[in-house]
Design a protein around this ligand. Structure first.
Ligand SMILES: Nc1ncnc2c1ncn2[C@@H]1O[C@H](COP(=O)(O)OP(=O)(O)OP(=O)(O)O)[C@@H](O)[C@H]1O
Length: 261
């Protein structure tokens, strides 16, 4: 379908990416529509982070294309991809530990010249995460893990993105904090209309927050559907929603891939 008609903002077509001889994703095709939260679920090593790195330009694909709003951005420089409107929050809540919270946020706006807009967005970020305002002058390294995750998301927001690529925000966080962070992610999506592509192992949180989901196994998409329908599928219940031990990677027997859109 024509991207303009089905509202697709981000489209991967048959993408393959590798680390030297290690093929991490193979033949990945997916679409993210404007204003939606899309999620990619998968176990350790499935290739989730590699999808985000390939979109954000950290890693050049060996095959296939990445399109954003009908522009082919395959292998673009990461800074130009941020300028174009895509911000990446990498796994592991990367922050500049020796810089203050405020300076981290200012660095997130490195592509912008509109000082008033940057100041406004900093206040907006502080309204999402008031603890960051309280600790604005502290070094980011002094923040707790959860607060660093908040800062990493906030720094991405400071670029005023249309799309946020969010890598495993639940990593290492308590269930309570994970829930809090997901609530803010949904709020950002609803209030700003920010399109979000979220990769997660925590399927429960991701399927509740997202509109549309993909399941990635061994570098390949094996299933996709609305999150509402994915939650009802036996494979998802067994392997991702804790109704059965997830077993060893690669041992799963997924039914033939079905596509609904
Ligand atoms: N820098 C690297 N060099 C070599 N191989 C890598 C590198 N980064 C990832 N890989 C390999 O690529 C594959 C996909 O990794 P990726 O990090 O994308 O998976 P993931 O689904 O995000 O896993 P996790 O949930 O553990 O973060 C894995 O086999 C991994 O070992």
């Amino acid at each position: 379908m024509n991207a303009a008609i089905d509202n697709t903002v981000l489209k991967l077509s048959n993408v393959e990416s590798a680390y030297g001889p290690v093929k991490a994703i193979r033949g990945v095709s997916l679409k993210v529509r404007k204003g939606e939260i899309a999620t990619v679920l998968g176990s350790n090593g499935a290739g989730k982070s590699t999808i985000l790195k390939t979109i954000s330009g950290v890693l050049d694909p060996t095959k296939g294309n990445v399109e954003y709003q009908d522009t082919d951005i395959t292998s673009w420089d990461p800074a130009n991809i941020v300028r174009k409107g895509i911000s990446h929050v990498p796994e592991g809540r990367e922050v500049f530990a020796l810089l203050s919270v405020r300076d981290n946020l200012t660095m997130g706006a490195f592509t912008r010249k509109d000082r008033d807009g940057v100041a406004r967005d900093m206040e907006k970020v502080f309204s999402y995460f008031p603890i960051l305002k309280e600790r604005a002058e502290q070094n980011a390294g002094l923040l707790s893990g959860g607060q660093q995750q908040m800062l990493a998301i906030s720094r991405a927001l400071m670029a005023n993105p249309e799309v946020i690529l969010l890598d495993e925000p639940s990593l290492g966080l308590s269930p309570k904090l994970t829930k809090e962070i997901f609530e803010i992610v949904v709020r950002i999506n609803r209030e700003r209309g920010t399109t979000i592509l979220l990769v997660e192992q925590n399927a429960n949180m991701a399927l509740n927050a997202a509109d549309y989901g993909y399941v990635l196994e061994n570098g390949r998409i094996v299933m996709e559907d609305t999150c509402e329908r994915l939650r009802e599928k036996e494979d998802i219940k067994e392997f991702y929603l804790g109704m059965k031990d997830s077993g060893v990677r690669g041992e799963r027997r997924w039914k033939k891939k079905k596509t609904w859109r």
